[in-house]
Design a protein around this ligand. Structure first.
Ligand code: TMP
Length: 208
C-alpha cells in the first residue's frame, strides 16, 4: 500500500495547469508537505523522448491507436520509475495530466474505444489512482489562443476546433461520472492567476 497522495491536474490547451501546479506545490510545501511535481507525457528520459515524437508537427500520419499507445508507454515508464517509488515514500505527487487525458483526447476527441483505453491504462498505471483530479475548465477558444500566443502550435494543438470541443466535453463527462475524485473548476476568462489558485486550494483542502 502506498502512503503518499497522487493529485493530478487536467484541462484543455492553455488552461494554465503548469503555472497552477507550481503554485500548488509551493502552497503545499509551505504547509510542511513533501511534494514532487511531474508531467505527462514525459517526466522520465524515456517519456521525454516519447513526448517529442507525440508533439512533433512532422508526425502528421500518426494513427489514433499509435498515439494512444505512446501516451500509455510514457505513463507506464513514469509510474514505475517516478510515481510509485515516491508514493511509497509518502510524498505528495502532483502530476500534470494522467489517464483522464487519454480518455478525453484519444477517447472522446479521436474516437478510440474508451473501454480499451481504460483496460491498457490499468496496466500502465499499475492500478495507482489519483486521490483528487482537478479539471481546469477554461472557455475553448481562449485556451487555444493562450496556448499558441507565444509559440507555434504543436501537433495536438493544431487539431481542429471540433476535436478540442469533444475533448472538453469528455472531461466534463468524466467529472459527472466520477464526481468524488474528478473536480471541475470553472475558470472565467477574466480570472487572474491568484484567483484560479484560490479555487484550486479549496478543492485541495478537502483532501488534506
Ligand atoms: P501538455 O500540453 O499538458 O504538456 O500535454 C501535451 C499534449 O498531449 C496536450 O495536447 C494534451 C495531449 N495529451 C493527450 O492527448 N493524451 C494524453 O494521454 C496526455 C497525457 C496528453
Amino acid at each position: 500500500m502506498s502512503r503518499g497522495l497522487l493529485i493530478t491536474l487536467e484541462g484543455g490547451e492553455g488552461c494554465g495547469k503548469s503555472t497552477q501546479i507550481r503554485l500548488l506545490a509551493a502552497f503545499l510545501k509551505k504547509k510542511g508537505k513533501s511534494v514532487f511535481i511531474t508531467r505527462e507525457p514525459g517526466g522520465t528520459r524515456v517519456g521525454d523522448g516519447i513526448r517529442k515524437v507525440l508533439l512533433d508537427n512532422k508526425n502528421k500520419k500518426m494513427t489514433g491507436i499509435c498515439e494512444t499507445l505512446l501516451y500509455m508507454a510514457s505513463r507506464a515508464q513514469l509510474v514505475q520509475e517516478v510515481i510509485a517509488p515516491r508514493l511509497k515514500k509518502g510524498q505528495i505527487v502532483l502530476c500534470d495530466r494522467w489517464m483522464d487525458a487519454t480518455v478525453a483526447y484519444q477517447g472522446y476527441g479521436a474516437g478510440i474505444d474508451v473501454r480499451w483505453i481504460r483496460s491498457i491504462g490499468d496496466k500502465a498505471t499499475g492500478g495507482i489512482r489519483p486521490r483528487l483530479s482537478i479539471f481546469l475548465d477554461l472557455p475553448l477558444k481562449e485556451g487555444l489562443r493562450r496556448a499558441t500566443s507565444h509559440k507555434k502550435a504543436d501537433r495536438m494543438e493544431q487539431k481542429n476546433l471540433a476535436f478540442h470541443k469533444k475533448v472538453l466535453e469528455g472531461y466534463r463527462a468524466i467529472a459527472r461520472s466520477d464526481a468524488r475524485r474528478f473536480k471541475r473548476v470553472s475558470i472565467q476568462i477574466s480570472d487572474s492567476v491568484p484567483t484560479v489558485h484560490d479555487k484550486i486550494k479549496k478543492e485541495i483542502l478537502h483532501v488534506l
